[in-house]
Write a protein that binds this ligand. Structure first.
Ligand SMILES: Nc1ncnc2c1ncn2[C@@H]1O[C@H](COP(=O)(O)OP(=O)(O)O)[C@@H](O)[C@H]1O
Ligand SMILES: [Mg+2]
Length: 292
């Protein structure tokens, strides 16, 4: 008998009503551990257990076991076609939309099975936001892009929406650049600004997990740097899983790295360990550029 799921019982709570971190079980550095100069215990946020995935008859993932720690940045690396995007999309059930796809094994968030039949998928996708490789703002105003999600989740009051839009744009490090032009089209923004807008749009519904699929691969170095800095600050409040084919980026921004190859998760470890002392020969060959 499975445990009852709690996912659908969580109400949408607008931004300002809580201080950052107040509802979260884990803060990156709590006061006490900070004083003692120690890191607090690490809490698991997402867990994949014996996860196998098929597109029709094509198997894309094979027996993945992976733990994602709360308030960390986890990087997924590996050559093209090894299943990184597939894995991300399983975590917010975007793959449900692909006919003939099949999931075996389990994915848990805070211990709840996200493929349990009682799970509210709309609520799951609020809690687990996805940022795509190409910035994809709606052809609407900057304001409407950010207000869109909260509106769908039932927020109607203009003053409330204004607050959420401002908070989200601030968290996405975009507010100062757009506060005087919120009614302009989102498409008038630069590529880097559009990607930060897409991050603000996801943050506006107060997610817990942020999935980012090569979020800087379409951006220039300056815009990339801004997103990398942003990811660093967001990790205090969110659990972040980022796919990147840029190994310097993984080394710069992540706490933990998982190496995927041919649909398997070969090795997961602290980023510093993966890049300096990989345990598996295939990881070593990949990070030293011998294939991929
Ligand atoms: N919609 C789909 N239908 C069938 N096969 C797919 C689909 N999407 C991805 N694949 C296949 O699944 C494998 C993993 O793809 P993907 O998760 O996109 O890899 P990555 O993100 O690591 O490049 C690849 O072989 C790819 O061709
Ligand atoms: Mg991909």
């Amino acid at each position: 008998m499975k445990e009852p799921v709690k996912l659908k019982d969580k109400d949408f709570v607008p931004f300002k009503e809580e201080k950052p971190n107040s509802s979260r079980a884990v803060v990156y550095y709590d006061k006490k551990s900070n004083e003692m100069g120690k890191r607090p215990s690490r809490k698991e946020k997402v867990r994949a257990e014996k996860l196998t995935f098929y597109y029709g008859t094509k198997q894309a993932l094979q027996n993945i076991n992976l733990d994602i720690i709360a308030n960390e940045v986890t990087a997924l690396i590996g050559p093209s076609g090894c299943g990184k995007t597939t894995f991300l999309r399983i975590i917010n059930r975007m793959n449900d939309l692909i006919s003939g796809s099949k999931v075996e094994g389990n994915v848990f968030i805070d211990g709840d099975d996200i493929y349990h039949p009682d799970v509210d998928v709309v609520e799951l996708r609020r809690r687990v936001g996805l940022v795509f490789q190409q910035p994809n703002p709606f052809p609407k105003t900057i304001y409407e892009n950010v207000a869109y999600g909260p509106r769908i989740h039932g927020i109607r009051k203009k003053a409330y929406l204004d607050e959420i839009v401002e908070e989200s744009l601030k968290q996405a490090a975009l507010w100062d650049e757009v506060k005087d032009r919120l009614k302009d089209s989102a498409l008038s923004l630069s590529g880097g600004q559009q990607q930060r807008l897409c991050i603000a749009r996801v943050l506006a519904v107060r997610p817990e997990v942020l999935l980012m699929d090569e979020p800087t691969s379409a951006l220039d170095p300056v815009a990339t740097q801004r997103i990398e800095d942003l990811i660093g600050t967001l990790a205090a409040n969110y659990t972040i899983i980022i796919v990147t084919h840029n190994m310097q980026q993984a080394a710069r921004i992540s706490d933990t790295t998982a190496f995927f190859l041919l649909g398997e998760m070969v090795e997961q470890g602290k980023t510093s360990q993966i890049f300096t002392r990989p345990r598996d020969r295939r990881t070593e060959e990949y990070i030293t550029g011998r294939f991929g």
